[in-house]
Design a protein around this ligand. Structure first.
Ligand code: NAP
Ligand code: MG
Length: 407
């Protein structure tokens, strides 16, 4: 049988440790036998980032701007220990941070659901996608511990030199703490646009929540920007698709999420997204089943797994031990990127390939073959835990059984 053609490349970003090993296995067993895999390759391993003074990360981001779609393997974000381990020139920034800075996007995280693994919240039948605004607020703030009596003020100095002042607090002799935080109109607007675009792209309702009743200017500004952009640019398209944009208070949103069936996008301010994404991920099961996509306001897509390089398994692998690392989120990053490539290019065969591969991977788990992380969660009978490579081979087997194609 001939391989599925792929005339336009997507941007492939290789990574580190255990996920780098899984990356190659996925390509060797599940992709290259069936498609004319066409990628522009960037090696984002820590060794290569160090050798290129991290230019390779910038080049990969520029390539995503050119081709519109990228897929990324997990990478090490160096800390002091990694600087020693890899004898690095410096403690390079997180590649995901660099990509996000250049592409200016929002990260959407969505769990892969399989039969036999039940969410801790019984009513959740469909995945809840969390969109976290990954800029500003608490995360780019200035803070002080105030020792003893004194006062704190908020001062805005405009370009023309005029000022505006607010008294924040008058501290008594015991002092206290104070924080100054901000966000920018540009960043909030691009967050909103990414959320509306992704909702249209995936045909799901979009929820956004903040505490605008208490934060009458700061949070209210977020609410207003979402509302303005929605009415001006998206309402008609939402109505046409039969999907809804819905704003509510964060406490009400939390209650509704727990009572919901799932199947929507929950846009969160930075801190809410940090906390809620961990809660939602844990409630659905394993980190290895969480996918992630960075969507830029002007429609660029970068797919990856939400987990890291699985260092603990990698060290065991280096010792010659067998590992049972789950490839699902990394495989779905590939299929997500391939399907998006197909969608942009009108390449139906590529879209259908991605859908078939996802269905076969899910089927393998539902028939009882899975890696250890899922073995401990799954409630199906006759389940069997297998190693990393064996699991990928099982997916291949399911694929060849479904298509009758043997390679
Ligand atoms: P991690 O790689 O996500 O792994 C944490 C633990 O979660 C693992 O030890 C494993 O638990 C479990 N796990 C995660 N993915 C799994 C999978 N696919 N299959 C089976 N189990 C899985 O997080 P980390 O150990 O904190 O970080 C390792 C490195 O990854 C760090 O250098 C960090 O900088 C980097 N990182 C990169 C990204 C990214 O590129 N997007 C994101 C996060 C972290 P058990 O050991 O209990 O089996
Ligand atoms: Mg968190």
């Amino acid at each position: 049988m001939t391989k599925i053609s792929m005339p336009t490349p997507l941007v492939e970003m290789d990574g580190d440790e255990m996920t780098r090993i899984i990356w190659k296995m996925i390509k060797d067993y599940l992709l290259e036998p069936y498609i004319e895999l066409n990628t522009e390759y960037y090696d984002l391993s820590l060794v290569e980032r160090d050798a290129t003074d991290d230019n390779v990360t910038v080049q990969a981001a520029e390539a995503i701007k050119k081709y519109g779609v990228g897929v990324k393997c997990a990478t090490i974000t160096p800390n002091a220990q990694r600087v020693d381990e890899y004898d690095l020139k410096k403690m390079w920034k997180s590649p995901n941070g660099t990509l996000r800075e250049i592409l200016d996007g929002t990260v959407f995280r969505k769990p892969i659901l399989v039969k036999g693994i039940f969410p801790s919240v019984r009513t959740w039948e469909a995945p809840i996608t969390i969109a976290r605004h990954a800029f500003g607020d608490l995360y780019n703030a200035q803070e002080c511990v105030v020792e003893g009596e004194g006062s704190a003020e908020l001062v805005i100095t405009r370009k023309d030199g005029s000022t505006e002042k607010r008294l924040i607090a008058q501290f008594d002799e015991r002092g206290g703490v104070v924080r100054g935080m901000f966000n920018t109109t540009k960043s909030i607007e691009s967050f909103a646009a990414s959320c509306f675009n992704y909702a249209l792209d995936t045909k799901q309702d979009l929820w956004f929540a903040s505490k605008d009743t208490i934060s009458k200017l700061y949070h209210h500004r977020f609410k207003d920007i979402f509302e303005e952009i929605y009415i001006e640019k998206y309402r008609k398209r939402f109505e046409k698709e039969g999907i809804e944009y819905f704003y509510t208070l964060i406490d009400d949103a939390v209650a509704r999420v727990i009572r919901s069936r799932g199947g929507f996008i929950w846009a969160c301010m930075n801190y809410d997204g940090d906390v809620m994404s961990d809660m939602v991920a844990t409630a659905y099961g394993s980190l290895a089943m969480m996918t992630s996509v960075l969507v830029s306001p002007d429609g660029l897509f970068e797919y990856e797994a939400a987990h890291g390089t699985v260092t603990r398994h990698y060290y065991r692998h280096l010792e010659g031990e067998e590992t049972s690392t789950n490839c699902m989120a990394t495989l779905f990053a590939w299929t997500g990127a391939l399907a998006k490539r197909g969608e942009i290019d009108g390449n139906t065969e590529l879209i259908e390939f991605a859908q078939r591969m996802e269905a076969c991977a899910i089927k393998a788990i539902e028939q009882g073959i899975m890696t250890n992380d899922l073995y401990v969660l799954s409630e199906i009978e006759n389940k069997q835990a297998v190693n990393t490579e064996e699991f990928i081979k099982q997916i291949k087997k399911a694929y060849e059984k479904m298509t009758g194609e043997v390679k």
